[in-house]
Design a protein around this ligand. Structure first.
Ligand SMILES: *Cc1c(COP(=O)(O)O)cnc(C)c1O
Length: 363
């Protein structure tokens, strides 16, 4: 249907930078004279070892990950971390605080309850269908908890924590699947960070975990070997075959970020893209942004017209015009434009001009 690349606003899997895809294509049949594709290599070969070593080093450099933290390349998606976190961290008081700000943090909360009856709902914004995140004063945190869990960017609802909650000495665990690498973050404020790769890092199949080393080592009884952070640390993410190809693409994406100026430059780009779309929404008579202005996400922009038929018409016409996946999640309705790192400014500019025309034609 399209003989060119279109603007893909999918929440995930999502766009990858074109330069990265071109590099993948160039390397496809014969990676750097190895005579084979990265997909075909032994994960224990010297040539692959260079790839994974560089991927980790770049992750550390780009995110400014301090000493004392390990970077793990795992599988199972962010959803496996919903269980892996309690299995490894719920080893003191057996208590944990969960803040529920959307569907994924709610799933994480439910999963944790399988491992302890002392999982506490430390805050929720469900009563307003997650249009905002709680302020620090609204959090009911227990100083004896083994950890506090939050989801930093709420992919479905289009909200983001614009502050890092103060949890005292209790380690903070964050699901950063949909905002990792979008802006600088002070890793030292977190005990553990995890992210499914398919939004801002690489193709699906890779999960990145950044863990403060002292938090690994103890597990609940019967924790599977594969789900033990200490085992993964000890084996350099190679207890079994890691997702070799996504790790290679991750390396290319990190190099691309570095070429553009690192996370500070990424943040500037992302702020400009998001501002363009939100500014349009704020002055539009037809489209309205869903999330509270103070808690708006830079990555996932939720909006609607207020008329379901008009929303459906917009989704259909935008898709035919080469703006794909703008339909919102069923729990929010309306539309959602996911504008991760790889979405070029031009994609947002063209979307806004399409929306302006749609508004005129349907007024
Ligand atoms: C997409 C997403 C998930 C689910 O990720 P999987 O890798 O599919 O398990 C979890 N949390 C957040 C914030 C997400 O955006």
């Amino acid at each position: 249907m399209f003989d060119h690349r279109i603007y893909n606003f999918s929440a995930g899997p999502s766009m990858l930078p074109q330069e990265v895809l071109e590099e993948c294509a160039k390397d496809m049949l014969n990676y750097h004279g190895s005579g084979m594709s990265v997909m075909e290599m032994s994960h224990r070969s010297k040539v692959y070892d260079e790839i994974i070593t560089q991927a980790e080093a770049l992750f550390r450099e780009v995110m400014g990950i301090p000493e004392g933290y390990k970077v793990l390349f795992l599988q199972g998606g962010a959803s496996t971390q919903f269980a892996m976190v309690p299995m490894n961290l719920l080893v003191g008081s057996g208590k944990a605080d969960y803040v529920v700000t959307g569907q994924f943090s709610k799933k994480a909360y439910s999963e944790a309850k399988k491992f302890s009856d002392k999982i506490h709902l430390a805050g929720t914004t469900e009563d307003c269908n997650f249009t905002h995140v709680p302020v620090q004063e609204e959090l009911d945190l227990d100083p004896e908890a083994d950890y506090v869990h939050i989801c930093l960017n709420n992919t479905i609802f289009g909200t983001k924590w614009h502050y890092i909650p103060d949890t005292g000495k209790v380690p903070l665990v964050a699901d950063m699947s949909s905002c990792i690498l979008s802006e600088p973050v002070d890793v030292s404020k977190f005990g553990l960070i995890y992210a499914g790769a398919q939004k801002n890092i690489a193709p699906a199949g890779l999960t990145v975990v950044i863990i403060r080393e002292d938090l690994a080592g103890k597990t609940l009884p019967a924790t599977p070997t594969m789900l033990d952070y200490a085992v993964q640390i000890k084996n350099g993410s190679m207890y079994n075959t890691p997702p070799t190809y996504p790790i290679y693409v991750c390396k290319l994406v990190l190099e691309w970020i570095q070429r553009l100026g690192g996370l500070t430059a990424m943040k500037e780009r992302n702020q400009k893209k998001a501002a363009l779309l939100y500014d349009f929404l704020d002055q539009s008579r037809m489209f309205k942004a869903v999330a509270e202005p103070v808690d708006r996400s830079m990555m996932n922009v939720t909006f609607r017209t207020g008329d379901e038929d008009l929303d459906a018409k917009f989704v259909k016409e935008s898709s035919a015009a080469g703006f794909s996946n703008l339909k919102g999640h069923r729990s929010v309705g309306g539309m959602r434009a996911s504008i991760y790192n790889a979405m070029p400014m031009e994609g947002v500019e063209k979307l806004v001009s399409f929306m302006q025309n749609f508004e005129k034609e349907n007024a």
